[in-house]
Design a protein. Structure first.
Length: 276
């Protein structure tokens, strides 16, 4: 007899139902176990791979998928080591395993070249991967990237600590409310995020900051004006110095955890114009 769905499973399926009609669910074989990818858009569309922040799951892009899917073949990935439908098989030993895993995901999707976009932790991974396999990445978009151009504010880490050490839904919701200054968030996604922090066995691999000066492809850096993870203006300055060719923009009114949900039309406009 199969186990009944968990609260996280129910929230996951509820948010999955918010994706556009004809979204495909693909489980891509990798040496680390099968990876879940949500695929939407025309089969001949320009490939675009989306990497979420921690605990967000690939489903977080549900509000972006309809517009992006009109032009791009969107591939939204559930991260290895995080909550979601990507199974945790062979243990990750370090950040190099993450790039090897993403190599296998792109191979399994048949993507020799693609645009790559990541948010938060997903942006850190996207930057590392673009340095690892530059010939596979046409354009790179980094949304309020963490641990790329600057570290975390100590106050952010201290505020996050209770939900890391003793995770439960209430602490995760309180943390989101603090970081977003209480602005409305989609309730289904907020519940999924909060429950994701409680899923046993989650272990996101971390590593040093990528050597961004080595990025040669066109890069878009979108920073959240009111992000509590870092000082957006200072990070923007560092990004411009590290990547003179990059387009660096601070999104008015946005916070770190309100992306990519907050005002998806504005975010989509930036992405579509940059990605072409």
């Amino acid at each position: 007899m199969s186990a009944s769905p968990s609260a996280f499973d129910r929230a996951y399926e509820e948010l999955r139902a918010r994706w556009p009609e004809f979204t495909e669910e693909r489980d891509v074989a990798t040496p680390y176990g099968p990876t879940r990818v949500h695929v939407h858009g025309p089969a001949d569309g320009i490939p675009l791979v989306l990497l979420p922040g921690g605990s967000a799951t690939g489903l977080v892009w549900f509000a972006n998928a309809p517009a992006l899917g009109r032009r791009f073949r969107v591939h939204a990935v559930d991260l290895l080591g995080d909550a979601g439908r990507t199974e945790r098989g062979t243990p990750l030993k370090g950040a190099d395993d993450l790039t090897a895993w993403l190599d296998a995901v792109l191979d399994g999707l048949g993507l020799t070249r693609t645009h790559l976009c990541g948010h938060s932790y997903g942006a850190w991974l996207a930057a590392r991967y673009a340095l690892h396999a530059p010939r596979r990445i046409d354009r790179l978009a980094l949304l309020d990237p963490t641990q790329v151009f600057a570290g975390f504010r100590p106050g952010y880490l201290l505020r996050a600590l209770p939900s890391v050490l003793r995770p439960n839904e209430a602490r995760a919701r309180s943390f989101l409310s603090w970081e977003t200054a209480g602005r409305p968030l989609d309730e289904t996604w907020q519940r999924l995020y909060a429950l994701a922090t409680t899923v046993p066995g989650r272990k996101l691999v971390v590593g040093g900051r990528p050597r961004t000066a080595g990025l040669r492809m066109p890069v878009l850096v979108l920073l959240a004006e009111h992000s509590r993870t870092h000082d957006a203006a200072k990070v923007a300055d560092k990004a411009r110095r590290a990547l003179p060719q990059a387009e660096v923009t601070v999104l008015p009114g946005a916070t770190h955890h309100s992306l990519p949900l907050s005002e998806p039309e504005k975010l989509n406009d930036h992405l579509i114009r940059f990605l072409g």
